[in-house]
Design a protein around this ligand. Structure first.
Ligand code: GDP
Ligand code: MG
Length: 162
């Protein structure tokens, strides 16, 4: 059985871009409009020798109140069925209230969660990402999904046998 990796995070952080990078397809919708990918989307990935199933989600709407409404059903299901959760945040936008709400939910799950700061291209990544350590979810992995940066290192940790 291949490990299942779920991509979770508020809209527009780059989940679908990472999905496409990992699966090397254009199947997942990538758009400037938040929340366009409404359903779970599965892809089989073979990336740098790592074989896994990746699940894209689009259902978290941080503008609502309460974690149950913030995390749409599809995202909740994706988390449940995943072996590993990649919790994407936006290094350019910085920490948001939605990020903190999602983190609070993820902390209650018995899942391996990795905080992934995307869009680190063309910025001072270390200083932009520092605040995400406040989530207290361990290492903050710096990537640029659009450029393929940092992904191999992330997978090396995320797919390490426990
Ligand atoms: P999703 O809503 O989380 O699925 O986000 P998308 O994958 O649709 O991406 C949202 C926006 O962020 C798009 O305009 C992407 O081109 C942009 N984006 C995604 N990854 C990167 C990245 O690594 N660097 C930069 N600069 N922009 C990115
Ligand atoms: Mg998307």
């Amino acid at each position: 059985m291949l490990p299942v990796i779920a991509l979770v995070g508020r809209p527009n952080v780059g989940k679908s871009t990472l999905f496409n990078r990992l699966t090397r397809t254009r199947d997942a919708l990538v758009a400037d409009f938040p929340g366009l990918t409404r359903d779970r989307k599965y892809g089989q990935a073979s990336y740098d020798g790592f074989d896994f199933i990746v699940v894209d989600t689009g259902g978290i709407d941080g503008s609502e109140e309460g974690i149950e409404t913030e995390m749409a059903e599809q995202s909740l299901l994706a988390i449940e069925e995943a072996d590993v959760v990649l919790f994407l945040v936006d290094a350019r936008a910085g920490m948001t209230v939605a990020d903190q709400a999602i983190a609070q939910h993820l902390r209650k799950q018995e899942k391996k969660v990795f905080v992934v700061a995307n869009k680190t291209d063309g910025i001072d990544a270390d200083s932009n990402c520092a605040e995400f350590y406040q989530l207290a979810m361990g290492e903050v992995y710096q990537i640029a999904a659009a450029h393929g940066r940092g992904i191999t290192g992330l997978l090396n940790s995320a797919l390490q046998p426990v």
